[in-house]
Design a protein around this ligand. Structure first.
Ligand SMILES: Cc1cc2nc3c(=O)[nH]c(=O)nc-3n(C[C@H](O)[C@H](O)[C@H](O)COP(=O)(O)OP(=O)(O)OC[C@H]3O[C@@H](n4cnc5c(N)ncnc54)[C@H](O)[C@@H]3O)c2cc1C
Ligand code: FES
Ligand code: FES
Length: 1357
């Protein structure tokens, strides 16, 4: 490789590092490999997980420890293993989740506490969260709450709603433990508190929300109510002295290494130079060699932008770029200093120096709060951020406005100082440095008296997100005046580079900082920062509005600092910086009845059965299974066109590539290429044409994932575009592209009712789709057994039976030759109900062709492009109502974007139609559902299955009815709310209707009326921050609407040692189904749950299972398990006279009694005829209510959920910890749906939002600050197992209370601007939607371009 010549021909270096105390030496390491791949595939440590591969989810977090010779100490850092190049670990010690504790030895307290606090559901995020916490404790044995929350900025969880994780980990904090953590026992100054904990009170047993410690809420809850989901007294104390020591061998290794290291791989060479001089020499000889420090930019470029860098120089360890020093003018930082180091050093300076000197430092520290997560800040360096020259860099606007200078060096040119001004970034991703130059340091100046500095950022999500727009402003006044002497305004997100509003600044110099300044500045900014309507990134009006809104904030803040009296009090709300209290919450549920047998676990908050394995990394997910002899990896070739004829497929280049074995396509399907989970309208491989981007066209088999994926990209597919290209719902309406028949529910006489109505409301509304974002992407391993066409499929699926059937069809073999086995999923949420079959069938065909085992785990971007999402919906409605608020008639047409195949879209639409009434009795209804066929990936099930969409529209028009009638939102809902015995619009009678109880208890628990007054008062006093309060009820029908699916099987084996192996058709995806089933079996068999085991779900044990979906699995499988266990019990009855369970089992065995039994259950009484509109589509309903309060920033669109109260009806809970976990998890997932998660599609049907970088799900900081959940007491359900109710889906819609609270807050902002009446707000209420709905002088400055006059960058599906 000629490019490496300058480094000499010395031998390849040896990589030496430690993992969990074990020395690892690799003489042939591949520099392209990440630490994560190395751990998982080479060292077989599969605890750290791959969730995204781009530093955005934290599932791969490990702790990296290094000795720092300058600081003379060992530094422990949480790091994303998915972005850490393996060569960067030379001389480091890595600790993974397996290294800190295990179920075989001893759990570490960080593992134990998250498990016992119910903070692990599917468990896929858990090892990463455990390691973030572990690292925090290694650095701060007793952190405070702020540190705790900050530690998780780079971790995501899709299941739990975060509250239980924080609750468990709160117990490590100063706030919880007091001064000594209770270690001083009676001597502890906060002894009372620790005693309380020791008495078994939970961390959440505090009285944050007005509840008393004994659970008496003043609304009827008393002694039989518990708030304890876990016992703090059971927690093992943390003993920091017990942690493993840093390997002494490494104490001198790093930093003092005198030799250059060179690691040479197949395509990439990695050089770790011994001296800085060598770096400069190398850069001169090979100017295009890449410098890499944190790899947080380069890693993403290589993985997702297909950029290749054959030669890497890693200078991060060199002292010349790793230092800080105080100078007369400020602080100079080495370019290689990490962002964490920058933050800590500046924070110290802010503490030590006078305030006026550190205003720039404060702006940097404030910005770093919102800069990525800990894991990225720990590795990403200053030079990396600046020289990537990203137009949305968070630091560059600050450095530009501050006029920072940097020192750069090259071998021939020596050193020079470069000023960061408007010439620094000459073009997209370009800087003023020459390719030979290396940045050495950055001077960050002190500010002076009379100089003010602020920086702002608005992103889709507050934590760990890149900016939509950011800005930094500096102003210097002439001494003792308010006359501007100098001003600098820099912006990110407004052009291909960070830009300075140079003309604006020039115009403002010499002006006074008074009310005349603002209009002048805003008008100049408009000229300085133009954006064409088709600009990449879209959001044109929002981005432009943010520029002036940010400046307005700066203007007021400075004005306030100059002279407080000048800023009218309501305007001060524009100035305050975001501050969030630590989260609190109470969870209340009914205790089991006194006298319930101790070993009977039903109704008790027992821990998820796999929790301990999940927190230690021992739990095995599909891709954690060891490689099988001869196994190959499958790389997919995906369509790049939305609608096109396939002209040719040429795999010849791919077949020549390293490691490649074979190409597979439609021609290789031995059975039928026609497939589909509901009707046969799909293909295993696209054969003649493609109908969406992301459709599977072919696949490449190779020895490794990297080889397979690289080769798949080399397959050349030629297309011929076909018309029409139907992407949006509007396109489908235009072309009448619908799946038929079009279902309709009709009741009463609409015409008459509309005539009778006092008022009529008509409108149109949209709710966007939602990506499942299960942390574990779709994965499968297929093993052909070479005999009779037998094949075994290990698959992360909610639907083993469909996996089996569709693979058998593709293979052309009977179903009895194919077994699907499923141990656990890392989340499903409906996304693995059918779409996984697309992947497993392709894999099965490939395995058949190559006759070897085949593995695949989709990368996050592939998963997001291929597997479909929640359906976007559009509603057109007409509502007739009386002026007192009574709704008489609803005529609603729903349109869903189903994508290119039917999949489950009809069921989704039917459920939306059934839920169009929410909890209201409407006498005359017509609800019609159009399932639109488009050229986008097929959309599918997602928690709620169309319910949330139907319910959302109902709450929207109901809100508008209240506004039109001029009555309160509560009253209009109560007037129309169901009563016992009412008929729904599909004529199902409501019995045991709990909605009014949930509603009233929730209003009371939340102290709604008092808080309504407080919110109104707040809004009267604040112009730019507004609060909103909303209450939302819900009703959710339980059962599959496809009646035949309401059946379930179970298999109970009792072995002669008395242990029980339980199997049923349901799958475990984190929802705790197996835990509940063991509880049920334990009660029926009257044995402790520890005697019962569930190993997996498989099609050869329980056949013909329905998918684990529709929230119905506990009901269905609970009954099947009960029946199976009862059969066993009946057989054991003759032996029960004496002895124990073990004796009965043995006696029965010797008597030749069968100790294996099946259980089968079908839900009785289900039948519904849509034509006649009669029957019972549902077994029963779940009810719930929520009240949420939010605060919005009217100038940026930012929002915070201040408090949420939920009352949920789950019948007699089988397991309150699991049920509360489901309520909270669903709620937070719903918050994502209604406020944050936005799919971004090009007009050509290409998905832009393909990973956590661009698609934001709620993070730790997005949950309600006060989050109180109560399970409705005394509401047994006679229709399901042990009087329980389903819980998975029903609570999700309650998150719309956040949406409606936001709408309420916007109403107040609009009222201040003189705008009254109803207005349209689509879901999700993103920052963009909120800001643009708060119309004011700033939004008015940037009217939208005429639709049709330009081609938008992105469209709504
Ligand atoms: C999940 C995630 C979240 C992120 N969030 C944010 C965010 O909120 N805000 C934001 O602004 N950025 C964000 N980033 C971008 C990135 O983390 C930062 O830009 C970081 O500072 C880059 O530093 P690095 O050391 O990792 O760069 P590397 O990837 O190692 O290098 C980046 C570039 O800098 C060059 N370079 C580095 N040092 C020198 C030097 N001394 N001389 C010359 N060239 C040099 C390299 O050659 C390379 O071209 C995020 C990235 C990820 C993956
Ligand atoms: S897998 Fe590394 S951050 Fe997501
Ligand atoms: S438990 Fe966190 S993603 Fe499932």
């Amino acid at each position: 490789m000629p490019e490496t010549e300058p480094c000499g021909n010395e031998r390849k270096s040896e990589l030496v590092f430690f993992v969990n105390g074990r020395r690892v030496v690799d003489q042939d390491v591949d520099p392209e490999m990440t630490l994560l791949t190395y751990l998982r595939s080479k060292l077989r440590l599969t605890g750290a997980k791959l969730g995204c591969g781009e530093g955005g989810c934290g599932a791969c977090t490990v702790m990296v420890s290094r000795y720092n010779p300058t600081q003379r100490k060992v530094l422990h850092l949480a790091v994303n293993a998915c972005l850490a190049p393996i060569c960067s670990l030379h001389g480091a010690a890595v600790t993974t989740v397996e290294g800190i504790g295990s179920t075989r030895t001893r759990l570490h307290p960080v593992q134990e506490r998250i498990a016992k606090a119910h903070g692990s559901q599917c468990g896929f995020c858990t090892p990463g969260i455990v390691m973030s916490m572990y690292t925090l404790l290694r650095n701060h044995p007793m952190p405070d709450m702020e540190q705790l929350e900050a530690a998780f900025q780079g971790n995501l969880c899709r299941c739990t709603g975060y509250r239980p994780i924080l609750e468990g980990y709160k117990t490590f904090t100063k706030e919880f433990q007091g001064c000594c953590g209770g270690m001083a026992g009676n001597g502890c100054c906060r002894n009372g508190k620790t005693e309380q904990a020791a008495n078994g009170h939970t961390a959440n047993g505090q009285t944050a929300n007005g509840h008393t410690a004994n659970g008496d809420t003043g609304n009827g809850w008393n002694e039989d109510v518990s708030k304890e989901l876990f016992q703090v007294s059971e927690f093992r104390p943390l003993d920091p002295t017990q942690e493993p020591i840093f390997p002494p061998e490494l104490m001198k290794a790093d930093g003092s290494e005198q030799t250059t290291l060179k690691f040479v791989g197949e395509r990439v060479t990695w050089i770790k130079p011994a001296t800085f001089k060598e770096v400069l020499e190398l850069k001169t000889k090979l100017p295009h060699a890449k410098l890499v420090v944190g790899n947080s930019e380069i890693g993403v470029e290589v993985k997702f932008k297909n950029l290749d860098y054959p030669l890497i120089i890693a200078p991060g360890h060199l002292p010349e770029i790793n230092f800080h020093k105080y100078t007369e003018h400020g602080i100079t930082f080495g370019a290689g200093c990490t962002l964490t180091y920058l933050n800590d050093t500046l924070a110290e300076a802010i503490n030590d120096l006078p305030e006026h000197q550190t205003r720039l430092f404060a702006a940097i520290v404030e910005m770093l709060r919102w800069f990525a997560g800990h894991q990225i800040r720990n590795v990403g360096c200053i030079g990396g951020n600046i020289l990537t020259a990203s137009p949305i860099s968070d630091l560059n606007p600050i450095f530009l406005s501050a006029g920072c200078t940097m020192t750069v060096m090259s071998h021939q040119g020596g050193s020079r100082v470069v000023k960061m001004d408007h010439t620094f970034f000459p073009g997209y991703r370009k800087t003023a440095l020459t390719p030979e130059e290396v940045m050495v340091s950055l001077d960050v100046p002190f500010t002076k008296e009379g100089e003010y500095f602020m920086a702002y950022k608005q992103a889709k999500r507050r934590d760990d997100d890149i900016a939509i727009v950011n800005a930094a402003f500096r102003v210097q006044f002439e001494e003792g005046t308010n006359v501007i002497q100098d001003i600098a305004l820099s912006f990110g997100g407004m052009a291909p580079t960070t830009v300075m509003a140079h003309n604006t600044a020039n115009k403002l110099i010499g002006l006074k900082w008074d009310n005349d300044l603002l209009p002048e500045a805003c008008s100049c900014l408009e000229d300085d920062l133009p954006l064409p309507p088709s600009v990449p990134g879209g959001m044109v009006e929002f981005r432009r509005t943010l520029t002036t809104s940010f400046f307005f904030k700066f203007y007021l803040t400075v004005q306030q600092r100059l002279n407080l009296k000048d800023v009218p009090p309501p305007y001060r709300s524009a100035c305050s910086l975001y501050h969030r209290e630590p989260p609190h919450g109470t969870q209340m549920y009914q205790e089991v009845p006194e006298g319930q047998a101790r070993e009977d676990a039903v109704g008790r908050p027992i821990m998820h059965l796999s929790a301990l394995k999940q927190v230690t990394g021992e739990a095995v997910y599909t891709d954690d299974m060891p490689r099988i002899q001869g196994e190959l990896y499958l790389g997919l070739v995906l369509s790049k066109k939305a609608h096109a004829k396939i002209v040719s497929i040429d795999p010849s280049e791919a077949l020549k590539m390293a490691g490649v074995e074979m190409f597979v396509s439609a021609e290789d399907v031995p059975g039928s290429n026609i497939t589909g989970p509901s009707i046969m309208d799909e293909e295993v491989f696209a054969s003649e044409k493609v109908t969406c981007v992301g459709q599977i066209v072919g696949a490449v088999l190779a020895d490794t994932q990297a080889h397979a994926q690289r080769a798949a990209k080399a397959v050349v597919v030629q297309y011929e575009d076909l018309e029409p290209k139907i992407i949006t719902i509007e396109d489908a309406i235009l072309y009448q592209s619908f799946f038929h028949p079009i279902n309709k529910i009709e009741k009463g006489n609409l015409e008459e009712a509309f005539e009778k109505a006092d008022q009529i409301l008509e409108g149109e509304l949209r709710i966007g789709g939602q990506e499942h974002f299960y942390l574990e992407t779709c994965a499968a391993i297929v093993v052909p057994h070479g005999e009779d066409g037998e094949m075994e499929i290990f698959c992360s699926t909610q639907n083993p039976t469909k996996t089996q059937m569709l693979a058998a069809k593709a293979l052309g073999v009977p179903a009895n030759r194919v077994v699907c086995r499923m141990k656990r999923m890392g989340g499903g949420f409906g996304g693995k109900e059918t779409r996984t079959c697309v992947i497993s069938s392709v894999c099965a065909v490939a395995a058949h062709k190559v006759r070897r085992p085949v593995r695949i785990m989709l990368d996050r971007d592939e998963d997001m492009v291929i597997t479909g999402t929640r359906h976007p919906f559009l509603a057109k409605y007409k509502v007739g109502f009386m002026s007192d608020g009574r709704v008489l008639a609803l005529d609603i047409s729903l349109y869903s974007n189903a994508g290119n195949s039917l999949d489950l879209s009809r069921g989704v639409m039917d459920r939306a139609l059934f839920h169009s009434d929410n909890v209201y009795t409407i006498p005359n209804v017509r609800a019609v559902g159009y399932v639109c066929k488009t050229n986008t990936p097929s959309n599918t099930a997602f928690r709620g299955f169309g319910g949330p969409q139907g319910l959302f529209f109902a709450e929207c028009w109901m809100s508008d009815v209240a506004v039109k009638c001029g009555i309160s939102q509560l009253k209009v809902r109560e007037i129309n709310m169901h009563r016992e015995g009412d008929l729904t619009h599909y004529n199902m009678k409501l019995d045991r209707c709990q909605i009014r109880r949930c509603w009233e208890e929730c209003l009371k628990q939340s102290d709604f009326h008092t808080r309504r007054r407080q919110v109104d008062r707040f809004n009267g006093e604040n112009r730019w921050k507004k609060r909103g309060l909303a209450a939302v009820p819900t009703k959710f029908g339980i059962s599959f609407t496809a009646t035949f699916l309401n059946q379930a099987g179970a298999l109970v084996h009792v072995y002669t040692d008395g242990s029980v192996l339980l199997t049923h058709g349901g799958t475990e995806m984190g929802q705790g189904l197996h835990t509940k089933m063991v509880q049920v079996a334990g009660r029926v068999l009257k044995i402790p749950t520890s005697r019962i085991h569930i190993s997996e779900t498989s099609t050869n044990t329980v056949p013909n299972s329905s998918p684990t979906a529709a929230s119905a699995s506990s009901d269905l499988y609970g009954m099947a398990v009960k029946i199976g266990c009862e059969t066993i019990l009946q057989r054991l009855e003759p032996y029960m006279g004496k002895g124990s369970w073990d004796d009965w089992v043995r006696a029965a065995y010797f008597d030749r009694v069968g100790l294996s039994a099946t259980g089968f259950y079908r839900t009785p009484g289900l039948e519904y005829d849509m034509q006649k509109n009669e029957g019972r589509p549902f077994n029963y309903f779940c009810y719930g209510a929520a009240v949420s309060e939010v605060e919005i920033d009217c100038l940026t669109g930012d929002h915070t959920v201040l408090r949420t109260d939920v009352v949920m009806d789950v019948g007699d809970s089988l397991n309150p910890a699991i049920d509360i976990g489901q309520v909270e998890g669903a709620f937070v997932q719903g918050c994502g749906l209604f406020t944050m998660e936005e799919q971004v599609y090009s007009p050509d049907g290409v998905l832009y939002s393909r990973g956590p970088g661009m698609y934001k799900i709620p993070g730790f900081a997005d949950i309600p600050i006060h989050f109180n959940v109560s399970l409705l007491r005394g509401a047994p359900n006679d229709k399901a197992i042990f009087s329980s109710k389903a819980v998975g889906e029903p609570p999700l819609f309650l998150a719309s209370s956040v949406f409606f609270a936001i709408k309420d807050a916007i109403c107040s902002a609009r009222a201040d601007a003189g705008l009254k009446g109803t207005f349209r707000l689509d879901s999700p209420a993103t920052a963009e939607c909120i800001r643009m709905a708060c119309e004011d002088q700033f939004t008015a400055q940037f009217p939208a371009a005429e639709p049709g006059s330009f081609r938008p960058w992105a469209i709504k599906l």
